[in-house]
Design a binder for this molecule. Structure first.
Ligand SMILES: NC(=O)c1ccc[n+]([C@@H]2O[C@H](COP(=O)([O-])OP(=O)(O)OC[C@H]3O[C@@H](n4cnc5c(N)ncnc54)[C@H](OP(=O)(O)O)[C@@H]3O)[C@@H](O)[C@H]2O)c1
Length: 248
């Protein structure tokens, strides 16, 4: 198993060797889930190109603080309580984000079958994965908004069509809802030319998925490439890192 994983990672790195790294510069960007994994790597790369970043983290900020930049403002906010976002609405609207990249997510408790489903736990996961990020987006869309792109990092596990195994109620259905909201928003925001899409990053080696195949830096660079292109043809779509369209 270890040899297969190492081989897969090598293939991913070789394929990536030929892809061009695009950049985003001088933008105001909100990144959620910014103290670890894909979110942290996005902040680190975006910081290199003179972007202003409003970074939402949960309780810990020791990783993002190591970046040590005056272009990054860190907001500590536990998304499991939707009321907490209200404290930051002015900061969000004053920041005038051009791009939101929503990475924050909780996988939820380890047991997620229908026998163990606990509605209170379910609500917490929905708050983190869907409702708190939605409140940030809602605030960013108000008034004289500068927003041009909303990118929700989702998962293939949220696809109803591709679901062949069941289980994982909390995580799976929270991502399904996130996908549905993304699609709906893309239609509502079409007349404002705002690009709204979902990206499935694949199996990335992070805290959430220690057995992932894709190195974080490759995943985050591909997300930046997609944002840099800002192609409206992907608005309302559910795509992977290579811009293949996935089934809802
Ligand atoms: N890695 C994969 O293979 C994979 C596959 C498909 C989709 N994804 C998606 O990719 C995104 C990034 O995940 P990742 O792989 O980079 O894992 P990660 O490092 O665990 O990132 C998830 C982030 O969400 C934050 N978060 C969790 N609970 C929160 C809360 N209550 N309030 C605010 N923030 C909270 C975490 O902060 P704390 O750790 O400080 O709580 C963490 O920084 C997620 O949306 C995930 O669903 C990942």
């Amino acid at each position: 198993m270890g040899i297969i994983k190492t081989f897969k990672r090598k293939i991913i790195k070789i394929n990536n060797f030929f892809s061009k790294d695009l950049t985003i510069s001088n933008k105001n960007i909100i990144v959620t889930g910014a103290n670890s994994g894909i979110g942290l790597d996005l902040v680190s790369k975006l910081n290199d190109n003179k972007n202003n970043i409003l970074a939402f983290v949960n309780k810990n900020k020791e990783n993002i603080e190591k970046i040590n930049s005056n272009k990054i403002r860190i907001i500590t906010c536990d998304f499991s309580d939707v009321k907490l976002i209200k404290d930051y609405t002015k900061i969000i609207s004053d920041f005038k984000p051009n791009i939101i990249i929503n990475c924050a997510a909780s996988f939820g408790p380890s047991k997620q079958n229908y026998e163990n489903l606990d509605i209170e736990q379910y609500n917490l996961v929905l708050n983190i994965n869907v409702f708190s990020p939605f409140l940030i987006i809602q605030e960013a869309l108000k008034n004289d908004s500068a927003i041009k792109q909303i990118v929700n990092i989702t998962s293939k596990i949220g696809s109803i069509t591709l679901n062949k195994v069941g289980d994982y109620y909390y995580y799976r259905t929270s991502k399904t809802l996130l996908n549905a909201i993304t699609k709906n928003l893309s239609l509502d925001l079409k007349k404002r030319n705002i690009n709204v899409l979902c990206i499935h990053p694949g199996s990335v080696k992070t805290k959430m998925n220690s057995s992932g195949d894709i190195p974080i830096n490759i995943a985050s660079q591909k997300i930046i490439n997609i944002c840099s292109e800002n192609n409206l043809k992907y608005s309302g779509k559910f795509i992977d890192l290579n811009k293949n369209i996935l089934k809802w």
